[in-house]
Design a protein around this ligand. Structure first.
Ligand code: PDD
Length: 286
């Protein structure tokens, strides 16, 4: 079945969908993106991702290209046309196309691109059932990681390092030896005393929508939680280590830089949180 992409108001065959060479996303990484998980053909955590998109655009002074309702129609239509039941839908919004000049162009409409991709849910289930490996690298990103920009080169390099090590994710480490987040995920531990910990969002990290949903579930489950950074050493000593993202849900990590976490199998907390997150996200998807 052929794939379809939405570009600036038009649905086009995926292989023919293009943006201009002077698009500022290409020239300057001057744009933002969002990723929704697709469950049973519907979008999970819809409002959270939409709110973050608006915030990213506003922080960068990029025009909001269309209402949330109109964008919902486009996202769903792209999912429908690609017949995605389980997968991801991606949205990129750039500042638009203009003759190259670092400063913002005047009277230029943003570029809007939507693509959808199928994923095999069995693959994710297998990974979560077995647990996956992670490595660490220094966090070399800029100071506004709360904005979900398409400027992802440090994240790309980190993920490639993970790939070359046979690992699933690369956790990024600040100058104090504390883990900030994963290259495309937020990071969590269940510490040696059984308390959940994840870095607070005042720090230079992305405010994960899955993270926010999991925080609420943790409260509902009556689990103890602290929003405080943890070090690589604390992660290695932890009972459990896991990451969250729209593309990973809750994914248990069973080793870090070659050291086993806990007994080297997915822990009960991450496994339970994955289960309740998936159940809720599926129920509330639109
Ligand atoms: N990544 N941190 C970073 C750096 C991310 O890129 C992501 C998401 C997350 C998790 O955010 P959320 O729970 O809202 O998906 C944290 C997406 C999935 C991506 O780049 O493909």
């Amino acid at each position: 079945m052929s794939r379809v992409a939405y570009v600036n108001g038009v649905y086009r065959p995926h292989g023919e969908a293009v943006v201009h060479i002077e698009d500022r996303g290409f020239q300057f990484a001057d744009g933002v993106y969002e990723v929704w998980s697709v469950m049973d053909g519907r979008l999970a955590d819809f409002d959270g991702h939409m709110a973050r998109l608006h915030r990213s655009l506003t922080e960068l002074g990029i025009e909001i290209p269309m209402s949330a309702a109109a964008l919902a129609v486009v996202l769903k239509e792209t999912v429908r046309r690609n017949r995605v039941l389980d997968g991801l839908v991606y949205l990129q919004v750039t500042r638009g196309t203009a003759s190259r000049d670092h400063a913002f162009p005047v009277d230029v409409a943003p570029t809007v691109v939507v693509t959808a991709k199928r994923l095999d849910p069995a693959k994710g289930r297998r990974a979560a059932g077995n647990g996956v490996a992670a490595i660490t690298r220094p966090d070399i990103r800029w100071g506004r990681c709360d904005i979900k920009t398409v400027g992802l080169l440090p994240n790309v390099l980190a993920k490639q390092a993970a790939r070359e090590s046979g690992a699933y994710e690369c956790l990024l480490v600040d100058e104090l030896g504390l883990i900030t987040e994963g290259s495309s995920t937020n990071a969590w531990i269940v510490d040696e005393h059984g308390k959940l910990r994840t870095r607070d969002t005042q720090a230079n990290i992305l405010r994960g929508i899955t993270r926010a949903a999991v925080l609420k579930l943790i409260e509902a489950e009556g689990l103890e939680l602290e929003e405080r950074a943890f070090s690589v050493e604390e992660a290695k000593r932890a009972r459990e280590l896991f990451v969250t993202a729209a593309s990973a849900f809750v994914m248990p990590l069973i080793s870090l830089d070659g050291a086993w976490i806990g007994d080297g199998t997915p822990g009960p907390v991450a496994t339970r949180l994955r289960e309740v997150y998936l159940e809720q996200a599926r129920r509330e998807a639109i």
